[in-house]
Design a protein around this ligand. Structure first.
Ligand code: ASP
Length: 616
């Protein structure tokens, strides 16, 4: 080894020891005749002091180094002089007095500071990711990710789960997202698909008699990368035979509670996790992934406004819609432009407008005069009528009331985005809390208005409630499924379900989804066959590792916990992927480019090959 200790390992008890260190120059401070280098390696940072009188050789080397040079230093650990200790540094009680120094490698000036968390653009960070990862926060995130994955492996192993690797070159099946395709050289015109998840493999493993499976599995989905998505991401993929919903939820809850204790104890996850059915979540929060760190619960005002003069409401009610909304505690202080911004958010979500009211003063909402209320609908409601609405939802003077009218699908969507916006504006979501919950009883099918057909809410192998099976023929939209999600702080962390294990039920579900006998045989023949050879009852779940680590790390974006992520346009500014390949490689796999592709490649060749301006 080129070193005897890690830079970050040295403590007061090492004083007097001769050590050899090797690492990067983190900071260099020249005090004229006295030079300090902060030396950094993966274990941390230590201060090294160079004095010509101690070692002219070492001092001369230190004179010539710059940030991020790689150096080796031999020297003696010494307690720092009283008053110069640094309590913020784990090594702050000591320094190393350099006796000999060697430059192991020089460094160009980095394009951004490693020591300082400067505001560096995403493309720049990804182009020099190997430098970005040297920064303390990123190095910490990598270590946390390692610990999360290690914890999971140990936990699953202790409970008798087997980690099984499944193929990444797969048959393309119509499962939800768009596939990443891999052309076959030996089968001209044929393609593999990268797995969107190992869903079918893990079910086949259940038929194979592996009754407790897991895998840290890479998944690929060719989706538009809005927000916090990556084209490839990692799941903890789990499947168990001979279990019911409860067994899987309990296992995963135990995993998360213990994992949090091990890797991020400051979150102290309360258990048991609350549970909401899908219907309850939609009714109370307008979302199947509610952020439970704050209230702002929805209320149904339909019966309160049915007999009023306000036709915007009464017409919606006649058409079968409802008037729903929530109280913003203290919301009387929202300024006019705040209300305008909320209205804009509601419009973007599809509402024709936002009905609101603000109540001044404090105390109960009675005896209101026109001066006590601000609202665009004051012509249609008396102050007391508006006050009674807010009071019905638990409001008082000093609060605001926000209302949306329409079919449930619309009001849920609008009120969900309003809840999130209000919570953000008013800092209602405690960043130091993780509010986990389970959402259960998802509907089996939803009507896909574009495709004019039913589609699976979870996926096409999810089991319906036994007692809802007759609805398959009459009212598929009303069927409940054994699908469940784990949700935390307004994000979906995991999805799973109990699966269909009967060939007949699977065929009936395929039929409802518009997958005929022939397509079913072609695309899912292996699954249907397997179901005829004694498939056990089974179910599973798949928590997202990236998102889990991001939550524990307190990061908003999963890219902060992935070593080498892609940009929002699914490219890698460092390597330049994706990129054109040699004509021979294309013809090997029997592919000819169309006009659009040729033009795009020419354009890319003429300009910046990385081309990710939108992410800069
Ligand atoms: N394969 C599913 C998914 O990726 C998870 C599951 O049902 O286990 O969402």
């Amino acid at each position: 080894m080129l070193k005897t200790h890690g830079c970050g390992e040295l403590r007061a008890e090492h004083a007097g020891e001769r050590v050899t260190l090797a690492g990067w120059v983190h900071r260099r401070r020249d005090h004229g005749g006295l030079l300090f280098l902060d030396l950094r390696d993966s274990t941390g940072i230590v201060q090294v002091v160079f004095r010509p009188q101690d070692s002219p050789q070492a001092a001369a080397i230190a004179e010539g180094v710059r940030s991020e040079f790689v150096v080796q230093v031999k020297g003696e650990v010494a307690l720092r002089r009283q008053g110069t200790e640094n309590a913020d540094m784990p090594t702050g009680a000591i320094e190393v007095v350099a006796g000999e120094a060697t430059i192991l490698n020089a460094s160009e000036t980095p394009p951004f500071s490693i020591a300082e968390e400067t505001n560096t653009g995403e493309v720049m960070r990804l182009r020099y990711r190997y430098l970005d990862l040297r920064r303390e926060r990123m190095a910490k995130n990598l270590r946390l990710r390692h610990r999360v994955v290690k914890f999971i492996r140990d936990f699953m192993d202790e409970r008798g789960f087997l980690e099984v690797e499944t193929p990444t070159l797969n048959l393309a099946t119509p499962e939800g997202a768009r596939d990443y395709l891999v052309p076959s050289r030996v089968h001209p015109g044929a393609f593999y698909a990268l797995p969107q998840s190992p869903q079918q493999w893990k079910q086949l493993l259940m038929v194979a008699g592996v009754d407790k499976y897991f895998q840290i599995a890479r998944c690929y989905r060719d989706e538009d990368l809005r927000g916090d998505r990556q084209p490839e991401f990692t799941q903890l993929d789990v499947e168990m035979a001979f279990v019911e919903e409860e067994d899987i939820l309990n296992l995963i809850e135990e995993l998360y509670v213990q994992m949090s204790e091990a890797v991020a104890p400051h979150f102290a996850l309360p258990s048991p996790f609350p549970r909401l059915t899908y219907a309850e979540a939609m009714e109370r929060f307008g979302s199947d992934k509610p952020d439970m760190r704050y209230g702002l619960e929805l209320h149904d005002f339909t019966s309160n406004v049915r007999d009023t003069e306000f036709q915007v409401f009464t017409r919606v009610i006649e058409d079968g819609g409802r008037i729903r909304g929530f109280v913003v505690p203290g919301g009387a202080d929202i300024p006019r432009r705040g209300i305008d911004a909320l209205t804009e958010v509601a419009r973007d979500a599809g509402a024709s407008g936002l009905v609101w009211a603000q109540f001044s003063g404090e105390g109960p909402l009675d005896g209101l005069t026109a001066d006590d209320v601000r609202s665009p609908v004051q012509r249609f409601f008396t102050p007391d009528q508006l006050g009674a609405l807010a009071a019905a939802a638990g409001g008082s003077r000093g609060d605001a009331l926000l209302l949306a009218a329409g079919p449930d699908a619309l009001t849920s969507k609008v009120l969900d985005v309003l809840r999130r916006k209000v919570a953000e504006d008013r800092n209602l979501a405690d960043p130091d809390r993780l509010a986990f919950l389970f959402v259960t009883q998802f509907p089996m099918f939803e009507w896909d208005t574009d495709g004019e057909r039913w589609s699976a809410v979870h996926h096409l192998f999810t089991a319906p409630y036994e007692e809802d099976l007759p609805l398959l023929a009459t009212d598929p939209g009303a069927m409940r499924s054994h699908a469940y999600d784990i949700v935390c702080n307004g994000q979906e962390i995991a999805s799973g379900s109990i699966r269909i294990h009967s060939r007949d039920t699977q065929m009936a579900v395929f039929r409802t989804l518009g997958i005929g006998l022939e397509e079913a045989r072609l695309k899912f023949g292996h699954m249907l066959d397997a179901f005829t050879y004694g498939a056990p009852p089974h179910g599973g779940i798949a928590p997202g590792i990236d998102r889990t680590v991001a939550l524990f790390a307190g990061e908003r974006d999963i890219r902060e916990v992935i070593a080498f992520p892609k940009t929002k346009s699914a490219s890698d500014p460092m390597t330049g992927a994706p990129a054109a390949v040699a004509p021979q490689q294309l013809s090997d796999v029997h592919i000819t480019l169309d006009e659009e592709a040729r033009l795009a490649l020419e354009e890319a060749a003429a300009g910046d090959p990385v081309g990710d301006e939108d992410d800069a």
